[in-house]
Design a binder for this molecule. Structure first.
Ligand SMILES: [Zn+2]
Length: 197
């Protein structure tokens, strides 16, 4: 297995325009994500879609004292991957925020179906470089990127494949700066495809 993995963060129905917690312009991440998925399949890079997979009652949700509308509840349409995302077979799905008290911002809090933590899995299969795109820049992408760096992984943010919530104007831009300062490489899917073909 190659040393690179593709991490796709929260490309789930509830974060798109018809969902319960839409990220502005979220649909725009689908074409670049599909492009980089094609590359990952050509290169046999593990494709790791990371999903919010919340219980119906979660301290993450407003009715239970949390910050957010109810979203991505386990086994509902909102928690499914966007239908236009061409993930292909044999992906390694990581689920996060799966218990009442878990916020699940970072993919590194999540586990594969057999319970292996994402960071442990990446180490097991010899991954040293991760490409990260998805939703949202200022929350789960940022948290996942910062944790990837803590795991000493070369971390590339696919900037055209991310969109921000921007609860406060400029949050997305500040998140990009923070990721950069922490050591992340900011790139585009086009650049990555060019460099690897
Ligand atoms: Zn969530």
């Amino acid at each position: 297995m190659s040393n690179t993995a593709l991490l796709i963060v929260d490309a789930l129905n509830d974060f798109f325009s018809k969902g319960s917690l839409p990220v502005p312009r979220a649909e725009e991440v689908i074409p670049p994500l599909n492009d980089v998925i094609v590359l990952a399949r050509q290169k046999s890079w593990p494709r790791i879609p990371i999903r919010d997979w919340h219980p119906r009652t979660s301290s993450h949700f407003k009715p239970f004292g949390g910050e957010w509308n109810i979203h991505c509840v386990q086994n509902t349409h909102g928690a499914e991957f966007h239908p236009n995302l061409n993930l292909g077979p044999d992906c390694f799905i990581v689920s996060k925020g799966t218990r009442f008290g878990e916020q699940g911002y970072s993919g590194f809090e999540g586990t594969l179906s057999d319970g292996t933590l994402l960071g442990v899995f990446l180490k097991q299969v010899g991954i040293t470089r991760v490409l990260i795109g998805g939703l949202a820049t200022d929350y789960c992408v940022k948290a996942t990127v910062l944790d990837a760096l803590k795991h000493k992984l070369e971390t590339i943010v696919l900037i055209d494949a991310c969109r921000a919530v921007d609860v406060n104007p400029g949050d997305g831009d500040r998140a990009i700066l923070e990721m950069k300062k922490a050591g992340a490489i900011i790139s585009t899917t086009g650049e990555i495809i060019k460099l690897n073909s």
